[in-house]
Design a binder for this molecule. Structure first.
Ligand SMILES: [Cu+2]
Length: 300
């Protein structure tokens, strides 16, 4: 009975720890690096923090506002085809508002609340930016500029905005709407659900066939082309060119984003690997010949 009870208690304790999502509160953990840039060791970041300096054109702070924004996968569920979202897609404030944003990331990945288009003399790169890795709460304050303007707010992690984590913040009346704000404005590239599975698969296989024809066409000519021995372009050159042509797309992908020295290093690495392979092949061949000789010798 005691065993049963203790087992029950253990299950309760473990299930509770699995069920409860712990939110790390970054207030008080952040280190001030100056220029409104705050960071901590747990992946929390605030950029463009400004609690005191009035933007040009503001005589005083018009209002002091505080908002809480949640971010996560579950907020995208109501937007078909989207993956991530904020719980609010549109914000509206008076010019010269002192705004504190409490940003709560509810996913086990990194999200940001990043505002663009702010005056660069006051906000580095024109940005105000809150960021948290994993479930966490992080807060920051800025003073909004004067005038009617619509600001982009998004998560800048690759593809998170395209997948729905996008909003707009209107100061005053704003100056129009931004595209592809989930539930607010039309998508620039609307999702296409017209094709059935069969038609889509037919298109895919047709595209694959076309691609294989292209590949065959690029490989064929050097093999078929008659080559004169005495011409400047020798057979070896043609084979080299053909190999280069075939390898070019692969190499281009490999070298993308590399510096010149990295490209040279990679080429040397490839050549070295090639020589190693050739040496192995030749030594294998020699071994084979020797072993054959050994077999023949005793008999002869
Ligand atoms: Cu994100």
């Amino acid at each position: 009975m005691v065993k049963l009870l203790s087992a029950g208690a253990m299950i309760l304790i473990f299930s509770a720890s699995v069920m409860a999502v712990e939110y790390e509160d970054h207030s008080g953990m952040l280190m001030d690096h100056g220029d409104g840039h705050l960071m901590d060791m747990a992946g929390g970041m605030v950029m463009g923090q400004n609690t005191t300096t009035l933007p040009g054109g503001c005589d005083s702070i018009s209002e002091t506002k505080e908002i809480t924004v949640h971010a996560g996968h579950k907020y995208a569920e109501k937007f078909p085809g989207r993956m991530y979202a904020f719980d609010t897609q549109e914000f509206n404030f008076k010019p010269c508002t002192k705004l504190t944003v409490h940003f709560i990331n509810e996913d086990n990945i990194r999200h940001q609340w990043m505002m663009h288009g702010l005056p660069k003399y006051l906000y580095p790169k024109g940005m105000f930016h809150l960021e948290a890795s994993g479930p966490a709460k992080i807060s920051g304050t800025l003073i909004l500029p004067p005038g009617d303007k619509t600001y982009l707010v998004h998560c800048d992690i690759a593809q998170h905005m395209e997948k729905g984590m996008k909003a707009q913040l209107k100061v005053g009346k704003g100056d129009g709407d931004l595209p592809s704000i989930p539930g607010v404005t039309a998508y620039v590239i609307p999702d296409d659900y017209k094709g059935s599975f069969a038609t889509v698969m037919a298109q895919v296989s047709a595209a694959a066939e076309a691609a294989s024809v292209v590949v065959a066409a690029t490989v064929k000519p050097p093999v078929v082309a008659p080559v004169k021995e005495d011409s400047l372009i020798s057979g070896v050159t043609v084979i080299g060119l053909a190999l280069g042509l075939i390898a070019a797309p692969f190499l281009a992908r490999k070298f993308k984003g590399m510096s010149a020295s990295e490209v040279v290093a990679t080429i040397f690495d490839l050549v070295r690997a090639g020589i190693e392979y050739a040496v192995k092949l030749v030594s294998g061949l020699i071994k084979l010949i020797i072993s054959n000789k050994n077999k023949i010798l005793p008999g002869s």
